[in-house]
Design a protein. Structure first.
Length: 630
């Protein structure tokens, strides 16, 4: 008997032990690969998001620059440069600088290179440069490049230092310039320039990244254009810093960057993800690299935890297999039988999950303790009942029909199911149903085994919400808005056959004053309350998202433009009448056409009209009006 037990033990442990051991080893190797893949995917995602943010900033500024170049106030000043018109122009330029925190200068320069009007932004203060302090920029390389632009073209000039009266400004201020010609009746009258604070742009992009990532701009010679460590930037312009160069610091990374425009690189200290971007134009300095750098030890704690868990899991699995093998060996040695009852008992012993056994009429005849622990149902409460008593209602009849067709044709079904516990709560399972046939091949019993994945599903749902919700207002975030807006454009939801849809952009009036006067805590409270009011007062079908600091976007599906204007005015009044915060909002609304950029631009123009008309109002700009203007 002992010899037989040893023999059956060896055979059993080989049969049931090899697969789990190889499985756990595979899990161990796979976990290493998954962590590396997740790291690369996360870095790519963050880099793509940073790149989109940079392009978005450039596009937004380009649109604003073009609108400003066609503005009536500027054109009237060019034709009549009176004191009144100059004052109006300076107010318009100051308003533009206020709207974008990363604009350090707004200038109108004549065709001969002399500054006509200029607004400086310094420590959140706007300074109108007196006429006698305006400078001649005709010899600057960016002005020479601007003269080569065609009408309505945008120019980008790569990052370099600010120079005033022929001297480099201190502390050093690296700037990126964007400009466009201004023409009247095909005659060039001058150029509009935006000087952009590169550190402010980097700070804004980094603020939207996950913790642990550092963004850097690199030129095509390997020098740092922008970085959190400002002391190593602009080595190509400052001789004391010429040693700060990717080519010198990390030559392997630089070789890879020169060989390909997008990629990753890993060394013992850092993980890099890079991408080459071109802001536009034909000037050499319009191209640069974005580099995201993260510490190589970011995932170390998580890595150790997961791999340690697999090792402990493997030890427990081996001990369990030994224990089960001993029981099975003793059982086989004492009870060598081929009866169907013995097969069912062996299947139950082999199981490591919750188990439900039903007869050919699909009535429950046996459950195990794990089933009772997970579901809350005792065995005496479910005996004789059909498994349909556990249905949650989350699945349609077709789901169960397909399940049983598969079982009857293949004898096996596996999949994810949501059932209901005894207390009414939902239980998400990975379920496996296997048919047991008699000697004639007829199905006599069904063994269902499952494991509980409810916590994992809840975690996935929470992570999905975190990636799509704005943390301050709990409205949808910009990424979710762009996805939803793209779906509407892609599905043709704006067409007459599908029903019209509208887009509104809402902005909190004088929000910068609130931040400056009361602080960011009060500013955050105002944004939170406005977001809450927009969400609660809008319709259930409307999509409300926070897309910028104090800017919100609302998608109104199946809504005519006139009806959308009424809804937006109702939201405006709700904010105005709310006692806890004394603010107003302005908005622009348009119908959605087959171009997302055109639709967004019309809504932005309508918002601009509301702002310039006195704020606390809603303006409309339809696609038909745009077509007439075009």
């Amino acid at each position: 008997m002992i010899y037989k037990q040893i023999k059956y033990f060896i055979i059993t442990i080989l049969l049931i032990g090899i697969t789990p051991i190889f499985y756990l080893w595979g899990q161990y190797k796979a976990e290493l690969n998954v962590i590396q893949f997740e790291r690369e995917s996360a870095a790519k995602h963050q880099l793509n998001f940073s790149q989109k943010e940079v392009y978005s900033i450039a596009s937004e500024l380009g649109t604003s620059l073009k609108l400003l170049s066609d503005n009536r106030v500027l054109l009237e000043f060019i034709q009549d440069p009176s004191s009144k018109n100059r004052s109006l122009l300076e107010s318009l330029l100051a308003l533009t600088a206020t709207n974008y925190s990363y604009i350090s200068q707004v200038r109108f320069i004549s065709v001969d290179g002399k500054e006509i009007s200029r607004i400086n932004e310094d420590n959140d203060k706007l300074i109108i440069v007196p006429i006698n302090e305006l400078q001649d920029k005709s010899n600057r390389d960016y002005f020479i490049y601007a003269q080569t632009l065609k009408a309505d073209a945008l120019g980008f000039f790569g990052i370099d230092l600010e120079v005033e009266h022929g001297k480099v400004v201190t502390p050093l201020q690296p700037s990126l310039r964007i400009f466009t010609p201004v023409e009247i009746d095909n005659e060039r009258k001058g150029y509009l320039f935006f000087n952009l604070d590169v550190y402010e742009i980097v700070a804004q992009v980094e603020a939207s990244l996950e913790t642990g990532y550092q963004l850097e701009f690199i030129n095509e010679e390997g020098y740092y254009l922008a970085s959190q460590d400002k002391h190593k930037t602009l080595g190509h312009l400052i001789s004391e810093r010429d040693s700060y160069n990717i080519l010198i610091e990390t030559p392997e990374l630089w070789n890879k960057m020169k060989a390909q425009d997008v990629g990753e690189f890993f060394d013992n200290q850092f993980f890099y993800s890079f991408s080459k971007i071109t802001l536009g134009g034909h000037f050499d300095s319009s191209s640069l690299y974005l580099i995201l750098r993260s510490d190589s030890s970011l995932e170390a704690t998580n890595l150790d935890h997961k791999l340690t868990f697999i090792i402990y899991e493997g030890i427990l699995a081996i001990l369990f297999i030994i224990f089960i093998s001993i029981l099975i060996a003793r059982y086989i040695a004492k009870h060598r039988t081929t009866s169907l009852e013995s097969q069912l008992a062996l299947a139950a012993l082999n199981g490591m999950s919750a188990i439900v056994i039903t007869d050919k009429n699909n009535r429950i005849i046996k459950v195990n303790e794990e089933f009772t622990r997970l579901s809350g149902w005792r065995e005496d409460e479910v005996l004789g009942q059909p498994p349909s008593m556990f249905q949650s209602g989350n699945h349609k009849k077709d789901f169960y029909s397909t399940m049983w067709k598969t079982i009857k044709s293949e004898g096996l079904w596996e999949g994810e199911v949501t059932n209901k516990r005894k207390d009414g709560s939902l239980l998400t399972e990975i379920l496996r149903i296997q048919a047991i046939c008699n000697n004639d091949g007829k199905m006599e019993y069904f063994i269902a085994s499952f494991v509980d994945i409810t916590a994992r599903k809840e975690l996935e749902n929470r992570l999905r919400d975190l990636s799509e919700k704005d943390s301050l207002t709990q409205c949808w975030n910009r990424r979710k808005f762009e996805h939803e807006f793209s779906n509407i454009i892609g599905n043709g939801s704006f067409t007459k056959e599908m029903g019209p849809s509208c887009l509104a952009i809402v902005d909190i009036d004088h929000f910068k004053r609130i931040n400056d006067k009361y602080g960011h805590d009060v500013g955050d409270k105002v944004i939170t309350e406005v977001g809450r009011i927009l969400g609660s007062e809008s319709r259930r079908s409307d999509f409300v998202a926070r897309i910028g600091g104090e800017e919100f976007a609302i998608i109104l599906p199946n809504t005519q433009l006139q009806e959308a204007e009424i809804i937006l005015n109702r939201l405006r009044v709700a904010v105005y009448l709310y006692d806890d915060i004394k603010v107003t909002i302005s908005g622009g609304v348009t119908d959605i056409s087959n171009s997302s950029e055109a639709s967004y631009k019309r809504a932005d123009l309508a918002l601009y009209e509301s702002k310039t008309a006195g704020r606390n109002q809603i303006s409309c700009f339809s696609s038909d009006e745009m077509a007439q203007i075009a």
